[in-house]
Design a protein around this ligand. Sequence first.
Ligand SMILES: Nc1ncnc2c1ncn2[C@@H]1O[C@H](COP(=O)(O)OS(=O)(=O)O)[C@@H](OP(=O)(O)O)[C@H]1O
Length: 379
Amino acid sequence: MWHVSCVVSSCSGVQLMGCSKWRAAFNFGHLRVQSKLSVFLTMIILFTYLFYSLNGYCDSLPRPVYDQKSNLQNQIPIDDGHEASAQQLGAYNASRVVREQLSDLSHRDAPSSNISIANNFGSKKFPQAIIIGVKKGGTRALLEFLRIHPDVRAVGSEPHFFDRFYDKGLDWYRNLMPRTLEGQITMEKTPSYFITKEAPRRVFSISRHTKLIVVVRDPVTRAVSDYTQTLSKSPGLPSFQNLAFRNATTGLIDTSWSAVRIGIYAKHLENWLRFFPLSRLLFVSGERLVTDPAGEMGRVQDFLGLKRVVTDKHFYFNQTKGFPCLKKPEGSSRPRCLGKSKGRPHPQIPSDVLHRLRNFYRPFNLKFYQMTGHNFGWD
Ligand SMILES: Nc1ncnc2c1ncn2[C@@H]1O[C@H](COP(=O)(O)OS(=O)(=O)O)[C@@H](OP(=O)(O)O)[C@H]1O
C-alpha cells in the first residue's frame, strides 16, 4: 500500500518529493519490476472496487416514480362518472390502488423505489370526513383540491356505501379506504348521501364525530347541470321544461323529478340535523369554489383542523376550460384540470322557465340561509 499512496500522490502531482524520500528510506530499488507489477495489480483491484461500489450506489437511488405517476394519472380520469356501478367501482379501485401507491411516493419522501412497500404503511380507517353533497355542486373539484394536502387521503371513486351498498357491511366499506398514518384524515365523497333519508343515521352509527361537507350551488343552475349530465347519456331525453313542470300551463313544478328535488336543500338538511349538530357540517359555496378556490379551501382546511397547505399558489385559471385548474401538482409533469364532464356547456333554457324555477326555490333557499347562518346569494 505504500507504493499505491506514492503512485497516487505522484499522479496527482502532489508530494513528489515525499515519494522519493520514501523510496530512499525503504530502499526498494532492487525490487523495481516486482514493485511496478504489484502497483499495477493494486490499482486494478482499487479501480474494480471503486467501480462496483459506485454502480451499487446508483442502483439504490430512487427510480423516477414521478414520471410513472404522471403517465398513469393521465390514463385514470379524475372525473368520477357519478353513476359508477359496483363493477366499475372494482375496476376503478384497482387503478386507485396504483394511484394511491404512487401518490404515497409523491406526497412523502419515498423511502425506496418499491411501491408495494410504500402502500403498506398505516391502516385503513373509516372516514373522519365525508363530502356528502350535493350532486353537481362541485364535489369532485373539492375532493381533488383536498387531495393535494399531504394529510388527506381519499378514495377516488364514490363508494355509495350509505345509500346503495350498505348491505355489503362495514368491513367492505373500510376496505375501500386508503391507508392513513397518524395525523392523516381519511375522506370520501358521495354526493347522493345528502338526499338519502337513511344516510344520517347510518353515518352517525359509525361515528358521531364525522365531519360533513356539503358543496352547495344555486339550485337552478344545479338542476340544469344535472339535466345536462343526463342528456349527455340519453340524447333523446325530453326538454328541460317538459321534465321540470307537472303542468306547463299552470307552471306547477314537478318536485318528483330528482333534478328539482335535490335542490330543496333545506328539506334534506333537516334530516342531517336530526343526528348531527350544525357545527359538524361545513357548507362550501360551489360558486366560490370556482371564483376563489383558495379562499374556499382555506375554510375547508380550517374546518378539518388541517394546516393551510392548499393555497392560491396551487391554482391557475384555465381560460379554455373556464375553470380553475391545479398548477403542476407535485410529482406531475403538467397542470391538471378536471375531466370533460366537469364544466360542460349547458343547453339554453328559456328565461321564463328559469324564472319560474327561481321563484319556486326562493322560500327554500331563504330557509336554508337561515338554517346555515350563511347567505349564498342565489336570489
Ligand atoms: N375547477 C373546476 N373544474 C371543473 N368543474 C368545476 C370546478 N369547480 C367546480 N366545478 C363544477 O363542478 C360541477 C360538477 O359537480 P360535481 O363534481 O359535484 O358533479 S358530480 O355530482 O360528482 O357528478 C361542474 O358542473 P357543470 O359546469 O355543470 O359541468 C362545474 O361547474
